[in-house]
Design a protein around this ligand. Structure first.
Ligand SMILES: [Zn+2]
Ligand SMILES: [Zn+2]
Length: 1011
């Protein structure tokens, strides 16, 4: 037995423990009413349910059953096996469980006896078990009016009101099995037909799950268990014997290996996408003609992708610089992996090759937005990194020796530190390779561009109310440590220190062997240092785009800096200001500045903008961002003559074409095109190994919070038994006891995931009182958590304490952790209510089971319609998740958003277009700006046209365009009104508006529409 198998068995055992606790299987006596304890397998009396409204009835149902499609037309004869227990309150404080009741009821339907069935035998059986007065019946309803034979078979608790008290009148541990009825599967009509997916379900559970056993019997289940299987990325034609995708080989001589990959993809497609093959599937899988058409269209998309890869290969063959950059990138990736892996997965390399045509041709290819789409956990980040490092080398080799190569944005407020570390590792490796290979230009470095809650915008000379950072505070630098290991040597002996001499907050490594040799590590975490040094790759939050309207030093994100300070270590300079008289951003610097010529400046502009988690750019955030994307593009295009290329990643393909069109005004392309069936493509296929077990839970009669707390309790108690009676547990689970320690390590921490911060906080609070497990160390990972708390928690999760009792046992988390948190030790999750979007469900649950089999409880808020719907088709929902992803609502023509973004266009144009043209330079006050406007004769209408263009609003969009004209007219009127009293240009907006500080400043919850 190997570890994966041990884990799989442990997950099965653990789930059994939780379900048994939910039903009360192993309990014989209780001190409290069982109706307030058990959440599975119970059945309320119908009279109680009848008094409740529909929603409440669902919360404590009085019936369970199945909806089936009999194979033959009626009449039908079959048997129903029923099992149950009851609880009796024998004295004031004690409840006792009765013996189990088992009854088999014969059903002839329709017949002279219309039913219900079995009432008498069931009542007798309960009486014999010592629970006189309880009764239940089997009800059968013919619903063949739906078009085909269809029966609903239910067990209903018919116990009357008077006989026993509440709690005693519920049935528990209820089982129901249909024997001897041949059925046909249902086809899930709510999903579109697709040749890729199987839409069949054997039966539909009513208030429960249903499973079909090998003998065809249908049996209800208390939870719905759906297993996702672990994918593999190399097999058959892509196995290592057939395809050498090692970094080392590609670093030496890339062309033949890339050619092999392209050839293998083509050969595979000639088999799986051939017309013969599709026709064969059409006949054997019973496709409709439309499905064959759909499959043929998909086959031509595949053909197009093969052609792209061929063009990528050709680019590599023809362009010497590209080939060298590609080889250096591979050498760097080998170095960055620190021996953890030594090769690409085929899809990762495929994606990089698919972008190569853009490098050599700034025509059509350049303008496509390329989206990488791959299941989470597939290695998307490394793919990104390969591309970035390649771009960095290519820039250097073709003469762009300084400036930002790529600006990579994440849509959340906080950026995952793990992600940052991986970026730093790759770029530091690239820097070492650059030194070895004597590639000219600035050192390759990373900028961490996030925002004041994590890292400083600026380190002031003296603390102020506005910026309380104190350079004399010795503990200050440590608060802003972003890296936990040295990206050069992997040592954990990394620290931060403020250097007064050139005013930098440095990351340093203490390891004497480190290639850094005591010099700063190649990462900048303070905004101002990012402006000063323009690191090769900048990663950060999307919100930072708002600075383009506020900060003249953002120039390096669309163009180049004004000059270079002659004092070593001061870096690039920007517009002159009172506080920075020469344009140098180091306080009090008076050193002369070496001007950078206009033509050299253009070369600094970024080649790429990257957008991670594209699907999160929706609603108002998407609307605002679409204007900022246009603004960035238009500034760069105006100053350099070109726009950057945009690369994105997304969790879903639903509607990405429209989304890309709205956000970037470009056409979109996706890689890879999905394979011909859901379980297999050239790039990956399912194995028989468990990836994640999803368990849908319908809390009956108790609150979701109670079930969550009980689940944590059972999970923690059960896992802890590995400490005290490991041998026993392993025996029960069928596991070799030698794995006990590893299992304790891998399953000792559970995650409780809430959809809102409020849910998460409530869960955390109740854990203190409702989970009788001690010690229980709980940490919270939400957007509310402080930066250093998150860093500490992640580092504890990755490197757990020696003793189990010192470790983190439970993590309560919100969507903040659904991106980029990658900890192998997180393998159990409880999700409190189905997340609002399917994309979030997919991403959040993908945080567990990344390397080892995971277990996910989805506790449904069953009173909500959406949760009830998801429960009813939980299997397809989990297996075909991407098909359930809702189209992303996004628009660029919201006038409400435009009102907020127009000031940004005005201000950005003042900083980057007008100020550089102004003979006296500075346009920082209303007086200076008025003088400039009057001198140059720039008119309000003309400027309105420019602003509209910068925001991507065309004249044909009459209403929106008119709004901009109006806003500009008012702005110009105030500018000319010397009595208006504004001192700074950003005070000239209506209603005290300012350019947005964050892209989320839109008042929350107001819907955004195409008005
Ligand atoms: Zn080091
Ligand atoms: Zn200086």
């Amino acid at each position: 037995m190997d570890l994966p198998e041990a884990c799989e068995r442990f997950v099965a055992w653990l789930d059994n423990e939780v379900v048994a606790a939910g039903r009360g299987d192993n309990v014989m006596t209780l001190d409290a009413n069982p109706a307030s304890i058990f959440w599975l397998g119970r059945l309320a009396p119908e009279v109680d349910a009848a008094n409740a409204v529909r929603r409440e009835r669902r919360l404590d149902p009085c019936a369970v059953g199945v909806r089936v499609r009999p194979k033959e037309e009626g009449s039908w004869s079959f048997h129903v096996r029923i099992g149950a227990v009851a609880w009796s309150k024998l004295d004031a404080e004690k409840w006792h469980k009765t013996n189990p009741v088992e009854v088999v009821v014969r059903v002839d339907f329709p017949s002279s006896d219309p039913g219900p069935f079995g009432e008498t035998v069931i009542a007798e059986a309960f009486e014999q078990a010592g629970a006189a007065g309880l009764s239940a019946q089997v009800r059968v309803t013919d619903e063949s009016w739906r078009g085909a034979p269809e029966l609903v078979i239910e067990l209903v608790n018919t116990t009357p009101e008077s006989v026993r008290q509440r709690g005693e009148r519920h049935l528990y541990e209820v089982e129901l099995e249909i024997l001897g009825l041949e059925t046909k599967p249902f086809v899930l009509e709510s999903l579109p037909d697709s040749f890729r997916y199987d839409r069949r379900m054997p039966a539909i559970g009513i208030n429960c799950g249903v499973s079909q056993r090998a003998n065809g019997h249908l049996r209800i289940t208390d939870t719905i268990v759906v297993d996702r299987l672990r994918p593999e990325y190399t097999f058959d034609g892509t196995s290592p014997e057939n395809l050498d995708l090692k970094f080392a080989s590609l670093g030496t001589d890339p062309v033949p290996h890339v050619a092999d990959l392209v050839r293998a993809y083509q050969a595979w497609g000639e088999l799986h996408w051939s017309d013969d093959h599709l026709e064969h599937r059409y006949r054997s899988e019973g496709w409709k003609p439309e499905m064959l058409e759909q499959a043929r269209r998909a086959a031509s998309e595949y053909q197009e992708e093969v052609r792209r890869l061929h063009r990528g290969l050709q680019a590599l063959e023809k362009d010497v610089q590209l080939r060298r950059a590609f080889a250096l990138m591979n050498t760097a990736m080998a170095r960055a992996s620190h021996g953890r892996y030594d090769r690409w997965r085929p899809f990762q390399l495929g994606f990089v090759v698919s972008i190569l045509p853009s490098f050599v041709d700034d025509g059509l290819d350049w303008h496509f937005v390329e989206t990488v789409w791959f299941a989470t956990g597939g290695g998307k980040t490394e793919t990104y990194l390969g591309l970035l490092v390649l771009a960095a080398f290519y820039d250097r080799l073709r003469g762009k020796l300084a400036g930002i190569t790529a600006w990579s944005r994440f849509p959340l407020r906080m950026l995952s530190l793990q992600q940052t570390q991986r970026f730093a590792d790759a770029l530091a490796a690239a820097e070492l390779v650059r030194r070895d290979a004597k590639v000219p230009g600035d050192p390759i470095a990373l900028g961490y561009f996030v925002g004041a809650r994590s890292t400083p915008n600026d380190i002031p000379k003296e603390p102020t109310d506005f910026n309380p950072i104190d350079v004399d505070d010795d503990s200050m630098p440590a608060r802003y440590q972003v890296l936990t290991t040295c990206p050069f040597c992997g040592s954990e002996d990394v620290y931060t220190k403020f250097h007064r001499g050139n005013w930098t907050l440095r990351h340093l490594c203490r390891n004497e062997e480190c290639p850094s040799q005591g010099q700063p590590l190649p990462i900048y975490v303070v905004d101002k240092e990012i402006y000063r040094f323009l690191p090769t790759v900048v990663i950060g939050t999307l919100d930072k785009a708002s600075l383009i309207a506020m900060q003249a030093s953002m120039r390096g994100f669309v163009h180049g800096p004004a000059g270079l300070c002659t004092r070593p270590g001061h870096g690039y300079t920007y517009a002159k200001r009172g506080s920075q008289p020469t344009g140098c951003l180091v306080p009090d610097c008076q050193a002369p500045v070496e001007t950078i010529s206009e033509s050299d400046r253009a070369r600094f502009a970024p080649s790429f903008r990257l957008q991670d988690e594209l699907h999160l750019l929706r609603d108002s955030l998407g609307a605002v961002d679409s204007h900022y994307e246009s603004l960035l593009d238009s500034l760069q295009e105006q100053m350099t003559g070109a726009r950057p290329k945009i690369i994105a990643s997304s969790a879903t393909l639903t509607g990405y074409e429209r989304q890309v069109d709205v956000l970037y005004e470009r056409e979109g392309r996706v890689f890879p095109v999905p394979g011909p069936s859901a379980g297999e493509s050239f790039w990956s296929r399912e194995t028989d190994k468990l990836l994640r077990r999803y368990v849908a839970v319908w809390p009956r009669g108790v609150t979701l919070e109670w079930v969550s707390d009980r689940t944590t309790t059972i999970v923690q108690q059960s896992v802890r038994r590995l400490l005290t009676e490991g041998h026993h547990v392993c025996q029960a689970a069928g596991i070799d006891p030698k794995f006990a320690d590893q299992l304790l390590n891998l399953y000792g921490t559970n995650v409780v995931y809430g959809n809102t911060v409020r849910d998460v906080e409530a869960a955390r609070r109740s854990m203190g009182t409702q989970v009788p497990v001690s010690p229980l160390n709980v940490v919270s990972l939400t957007g509310q958590a402080e930066f250093d708390e998150v860093r500490e928690a992640l580092s504890r999760l990755q490197r757990p304490e020696e003793k189990f009792e010192d470790r983190i046992h439970t993590v309560t988390a919100s969507s903040m952790m659904s991106h980029g948190v990658d900890v192998d030790r997180l393998n159990i999750m409880t999700v409190l209510g189905v997340p609002l979007t399917t994309a979030e469900f997919i991403q959040a649950t993908a945080r567990v089971g990344r390397t080892h089999p995971g277990l996910v409880y989805v506790i449904h808020k069953i009173g909500r319609e959406r949760d009830a719907t998801v429960f009813s088709h939980f299997g397809p929902f989990v297996r075909q998740g991407d098909r359930f992803v809702e189209p992303i609502p996004v628009t660029r023509s919201s006038r409400r958003v435009l009102e907020l973004t127009t000031p940004a266009a005005i201000e950005a144009r003042r900083l980057f277009v007008h100020e550089p043209k102004s003979p006296g330079q500075r346009l920082t006050t209303v007086d200076l700006l008025r003088k400039y406007i009057n001198m140059t004769g720039v008119g309000s209408e003309e400027e309105a046209g420019e602003c509209a263009a910068a925001l991507g609003i065309s004249v044909s969009n009459h209403l929106a365009f008119k709004d901009i004209v109006k806003q500009l007219a008012a702005y110009f009127a105030r500018l000319q009104d010397t009595g208006f009293g504004a001192r700074f240009p950003n005070e000239l907006f209506e209603r005290d508006r300012r350019p947005m500080l964050s892209l989320r400043d839109v008042e929350a919850q107001v819907p955004v529409s195409d008005d």
